[in-house]
Design a binder for this molecule. Structure first.
Ligand code: AMP
Ligand code: GLY
Length: 421
């Protein structure tokens, strides 16, 4: 099969890496890809938002399967457009992608399906939202969410009720564009977070290993949120894996199917787990980034037939993939200044000094005119190690992180540490 991966981050490099191992994979293309995907196939100079160009490129290159990485093209209807042209695409239609692109849609589905989640209310005016915050009282701090897609920035967890009122004003004033025209005010939950991903074809699901990502820039979860500073898998605090998928993913896809919206693609549940209960904080309609960089290396077997069956809406081959039972740790190396402004074009040194067993997934990288691999984004690389135990994987990952340098590089030093102390 000839496979086109849409996107250009660490998730897409990890997908390309796993799919390239399939005996059924003839060729890999990435749009736009990065220096990592360029080593596995051909990068196409097409932005992931250019639906028409992606459809044309897929037809011209006789692509058998398009795998869509990021959420924005899904919400914009890329899979609908490809399907109309007879090109199989892994990912939900625009309608089904609402499970991610509308927080309120997701809540309505969970409500109807009886899936435990953070309760909330939808507001269409600032006035009504302020009034609700006043009813809640000053000590009852909520979470505020722009209803639509806001590039991962639409969630506000205020430390003080005044901050909540201020955020409401900013959201309705257009801080998140049209995504913030409707705002959900949600109950604040506490506990440990984990990401649970499953490949879905209608009402058929293949559960994947759970993982935990780190969003804040600095150790001990200090500083601003980022696109992800690292991840480990699997978490030690989730007991019954099957119960998670049976009580969350299955009822949600069943509910969507019953309502006439068939989900095909990857369903990602962001979970909050405490001793008493597991609740859903959010759904994503795509592979998590950086979770995918730690999760795929824990899968034995062939990912390609599973994605292809999902894209065609067929029964999934349940024996194609097995969980290896190992552990993985993936550490992001980022540009100095990220998530604020940062420089690009810095030559990256030491990529050939890493152990053969370690996978370095590229995110913001490019090849410059002199053929050097240089930085091209905020998150630059994800150094991923797999071992029998989390402690070993962590040791190997950090040993190898030290060998890679570029001007201004930065990484967290505490990925997976919370499981080991
Ligand atoms: P999201 O974009 O929905 O993943 O939210 C970003 C982060 O906000 C999550 O990873 C949580 O740490 C936090 N968060 C979201 N919803 C809630 C909630 N209802 N209660 C507590 N924390 C939340
Ligand atoms: N790591 C969170 C996400 O992919 O949305």
């Amino acid at each position: 099969m000839r496979v086109l991966i849409v996107g250009g981050g660490g998730r897409e490099h990890a997908l390309a890496w796993k799919l390239a191992q399939s005996p059924h994979c003839e060729a890999i293309f990435a749009a736009p890809g990065n220096a990592g995907t360029a080593e596995l196939g051909e990068n196409l100079n097409i932005h992931d938002s250019d639906t028409a160009a992606i459809c044309d490129a897929a037809a011209e290159r006789r692509i058998d399967l398009v795998v869509v990485g990021p959420e924005a093209p899904l919400a914009a209807g890329l899979v609908d457009a490809l399907t109309q042209q007879g090109i199989p695409a892994f990912g939900p239609t625009r309608d089904a992608a609402q499970i991610e692109s509308s927080k309120w849609f997701a809540k309505s589905i969970m409500q109807a399906a009886g899936v435990p989640h953070a309760g909330g209310e939808l507001f269409e005016t600032a006035q009504a939202a302020h009034k609700w915050l006043e009813i809640l009282g000053p000590d009852d701090l909520p979470v505020l969410k722009a209803d639509g897609l806001a590039a991962g920035k639409g969630v506000i967890v205020p430390d003080h009720i005044d901050d909540a009122h201020e955020a409401i004003d900013q959201m309705f004033a257009g801080a998140f564009g049209s995504a913030g025209e409707r705002v959900v005010i949600e109950d604040r939950l506490s506990g440990m977070e984990a990401s649970a991903m499953a490949i879905v074809s209608g009402t058929d699901i293949v559960p994947l290993p759970l993982s935990c990502d780190y969003k804040r820039i600095m150790d001990n979860d200090q500083g601003p949120n980022t696109g992800g500073m690292g991840v480990y898998a699997p978490p030690g605090f989730v007991g019954d894996l099957e119960a998670v998928f049976a009580s969350i993913h299955q009822p949600v896809v069943d509910q969507m199917f019953a309502g006439g919206i068939e989900f095909r693609g990857l369903l990602y549940a962001g979970l909050m787990i405490d001793d008493a209960a597991t609740s859903v904080l959010e759904f994503n309609a795509r592979f998590g980034d950086p979770e995918t960089q730690a999760m795929l290396p824990l899968l034995d077997g062939d990912l390609l037939p599973v994605l292809a069956a999902s894209a065609r809406g067929e029964a999934l081959p349940h024996n194609a993939l097995t969980h290896s039972g190992k552990a993985s740790v993936s550490v992001a190396i980022v540009s100095g200044g990220y998530p604020g402004p940062y420089d690009t074009g810095k030559p990256i040194h030491g990529l050939d000094a890493v152990d053969d067993s370690v996978d370095v997934f590229h995110a913001g990288t490019a090849i410059d005119d002199d053929g050097r691999t240089v930085t091209a984004g905020g998150r630059v690389l994800a150094v991923t190690a797999v071992a029998d135990t989390l402690a070993e994987a962590r040791g190997i990952a950090y040993d190898n992180v030290q060998r890679i340098t570029f001007d201004g590089s930065f990484h967290r030093t505490d990925i997976a540490l919370r499981e080991l102390t």
